[in-house]
Write a protein that binds this ligand. Structure first.
Ligand code: TA6
Length: 294
């Protein structure tokens, strides 16, 4: 999706312009090394194009930009829980309005940091005090870091993910390596399974790989590139493609969406809200993903 053509709301710096898409403000970054787009609704990365490269990030052409619905595609920020452990699905961060708290740029690239803290709405869904930042570093690679601090007087538990939708030329001529030997298969009632090193996607897949290598590789024959995904702070890497029937049944996916996307997620997975990572008062936790193409 081309965000550069949207109407300008304001100019933040030489490289950062705020644009508007329906009800959403989008920070558009344009630097000689790469361009990128980040929605302030959800702190949701929507695009990352290194110079001369097709977008590494996929956004559904039917995505809804109404400032209430989670955007389909990009890098949804799932926090303070991953999946359907509570409502809303994947936590509230991706449906909250974030603020730009800092931005910097030089000839190496651009850094934008967004922030979100406890407010009346978050307290109705999760009774804990927090301070979260999402730092987006746009350069020869895209680095996205979620930092969460416990500003409460008690410990709280969380899980989460940087749920990247990666753009592929053709899913059937793509393959994934370095996901590790074992996975929990959500399509088989969370059965623990063993898999081979090379994963070809030719049907619906929804798996939590619990021993991934630090870097996962997505080889895309059609676009003649390999996307590299390097994660830290995670305990697993989730892989998801809804395939045809689910794409057809989701209002914000086009029928053939599944052919050009694959989610490879930097995930801190937990089985319940109570068994997530426990963060003490004044402690901070950082979950990252770094994406590049070669
Ligand atoms: O990360 C995989 C997953 O949890 C799938 O089970 C699938 O439902 C997907 O995320 C999308 O979730 P969403 O709430 O965005 O529709």
């Amino acid at each position: 999706m081309d965000f550069s053509i949207l109407p300008v709301v304001s100019t933040l710096s030489d490289c950062i312009t705020i644009k508007q898409k329906n009800d959403i403000k989008i920070a558009c970054i344009d630097h000689p090394k790469a361009s990128a787009a980040v929605s302030l609704f959800g702190a949701h990365v929507l695009s990352y194009k290194p110079q001369g490269e097709e977008d590494l990030i996929w956004v559904s052409k039917n995505a809804i930009f109404d400032g209430q619905t989670a955007i389909r595609g990009g890098i949804p920020l799932c926090w303070p829980w991953f999946g359907k452990l509570a409502s809303p699905s994947h936590g509230f961060s991706r449906i909250q309005e974030w603020k730009i708290v800092e931005h910097r740029e030089n000839d190496q690239g651009v850094i934008v940091q967004l922030g979100l803290s406890t407010n009346e709405t978050t307290l109705t869904m999760w009774p804990n005090q927090f301070d979260a930042t999402l730092t987006i570093e746009v350069s020869d690679t895209l680095k996205v870091s979620l930092g969460v601090s416990n500003t409460d007087t008690k410990a709280w538990c969380f899980s989460g993910a940087l749920h990247s939708y990666l753009n592929v030329g053709d899913i059937l001529s793509s393959q994934v390596t370095q996901m590790g030997p074992t996975y929990i298969d959500s399509l088989l009632g969370d059965k623990v399974c063993e898999g081979g090193d090379t994963l070809k996607i030719d049907q619906e897949v929804d798996r939590v790989y619990n021993q991934p290598e630090k870097t996962v590789l997505l080889k895309d024959e059609k676009l003649n590139r390999t996307i590299s995904i390097t994660n830290t702070g995670h305990n697993s890497a989730v892989i998801w493609n809804p395939w045809q029937a689910n794409s057809e049944s989701m209002a914000d996916m086009a029928d053939d969406s599944y052919k050009t996307m694959l989610c490879i997620e930097s995930t801190l997975h937990a089985d319940s809200l109570e068994t997530g990572y426990s963060l003490e008062p004044n402690e901070r936790y950082i979950l990252t993903t770094e994406i590049s193409a070669r």
